[in-house]
Design a protein around this ligand. Structure first.
Ligand SMILES: [Fe+2]
Ligand SMILES: [Fe+2]
Length: 417
């Protein structure tokens, strides 16, 4: 399982643990081989990157270069928190492992330079921090420390790099319209209708996400939800505006006309009971946003266009935040109506388990498909399946097991109540 999948799963588990919705034991049981330590974790266990985790979706760490991960707390020789946001995680890499982490912004699974060692190094002979980033696009929080033949970096994990609008169970989007305010100035790199349409489709999904969060915000207010959730939902809506604009701009980068969204048939009433709101949040957030975050990471590692890389970095980071928000809302909802919310979650679990498999690959893609940050149907399906199996279901099972006892949990989950 790739590093960013571990990170998102453990982030959600930590958030759920922080709310008291799951127990510390669940975090440990679900998080695999946990080796890192959280700083100031408030008692929540630090489920973190498991040993043997490959460096990234590119798999370019190589068998001999798997990184080891450990806790990281404070800067070397310093005091105070290392991370303004996220949890410090220390990652030690040998020469082979470094290849996956150096120059990630421009690599296609391999470093662009002459290979490692090479390029700018610091006094320890390790890559300078501006050349290194983790699977979530975060740079190291401090310069590397030398550990024998390895260079150890500390990343602030948690700031990781679509939420559909569902109406009566169906995802809706606007049609496109000729306008310039959603795409801005773009530089055309190539004329490729297929790639342009793919980014356009993403843009419409992102645009629909704005409405989804607007509705969610109203639902939160109607339910008397905590201020933190309301504020995060409003911020998430702004994030989605940004995502939509970025994706429309990328469509223009591959030759699309200046387009934006037309009118959206968004529901104007934020109706819904607590249970109904939980169901929508689970489908759109716990599932939809989790898939979006993982898919964006998969897109990113294949891409070599600088504009696309930046967009995917932002989207992956924000969607992970949005997924986390949805899970925190579900945890809060449990405090309001435990029996009703558990009933809804059990039904959702059954629905996720019985989800249909997607159609096989439709058609060959253009040569530049991957370079433009796009996945084939199979690749997307695999990424989404990974998100369901490695993030959504384990987190839901941990939640149900903690709330409900051991009867619901997946194999390997311990009873925790
Ligand atoms: Fe988004
Ligand atoms: Fe989102």
């Amino acid at each position: 399982m790739s590093h960013h999948v571990h990170q998102l799963r453990n982030r959600v588990l930590r958030s759920l643990a922080a709310t008291g919705a799951i127990t510390v034991a669940s975090v440990g049981a679900c998080g695999g081989n946990t080796e890192s330590e959280q700083e100031g974790g408030g008692g929540a266990a630090a489920g973190s990157t498991a040993s043997g985790g490959s460096a990234s979706g590119s798999g370019s760490a190589g068998s001999g270069g798997a990184p080891s991960v450990g806790g990281g707390g404070t800067p070397a020789g310093g005091s105070g928190p290392l991370c303004d946001y996220g949890t410090p995680e220390r990652l030690c890499l040998d020469d082979q492992g470094l290849k996956a982490y150096v120059d990630r912004q421009t690599q296609l699974g391999e470093p662009t330079g002459p290979g490692w060692p090479g390029g700018d190094t610091d006094a320890n002979g390790c890559p300078t921090v501006d050349r290194v980033s983790d699977d979530c696009c975060n740079g190291p929080a401090a310069a590397a420390e030398r550990d024998g033949d390895r260079c150890c970096f500390t990343f602030c994990v948690g700031g990781c790099c679509g939420r559909p609008l569902t109406v009566s169970g169906v995802a809706v989007v606007a049609r496109t319209a000729k306008r310039e305010d959603w795409s801005g100035a773009t530089t055309v790199v190539d004329a490729d209708t297929e790639i342009a349409r793919a980014w356009q489709a993403d843009a419409l999904m992102e645009h629909a996400s704005v409405a989804s969060f607007a509705r969610f915000t109203l639902q939160l207010l109607a339910l008397g939800a905590p201020a933190e959730l309301v504020g995060d939902s409003i911020q998430a809506g702004l994030d989605e505006v940004d995502h939509a604009r970025r994706c429309f701009a990328l469509a223009g980068r591959w030759g699309a006309d200046k387009l934006g969204p037309g009118k959206l048939a968004a529901p104007l009433e934020p109706t819904g009971t607590l249970e109904e709101t939980v169901v929508a949040a689970f489908r759109e957030g716990c599932v939809g946003e989790t898939l979006a975050a993982i898919v964006a990471e998969h897109q990113r590692v294949m891409c070599n266009d600088t504009e696309v890389l930046e967009t995917l970095r932002v989207i992956a980071r924000d969607e992970a935040n949005h997924s986390d928000l949805a899970w925190r809302f579900v945890a809060w909802a449990l405090t309001q109506d435990r029996a009703g919310v558990l009933r809804a979650l059990r039904a959702e679990r059954a629905a996720v388990r019985s989800r249909s498999r997607r159609a096989p690959e439709r058609a060959p893609r253009s040569k530049s498909w991957h370079h433009a940050g796009r996945l084939t149907d199979h690749e997307r399906w695999n990424a989404e399946d990974t998100a369901i199996e490695a993030v959504v279901l384990p987190c839901l099972d941990a939640l149900l097991a903690s709330q409900d006892g051991p009867t619901v949990g997946a194999p390997g989950l311990r009873a925790t109540v």
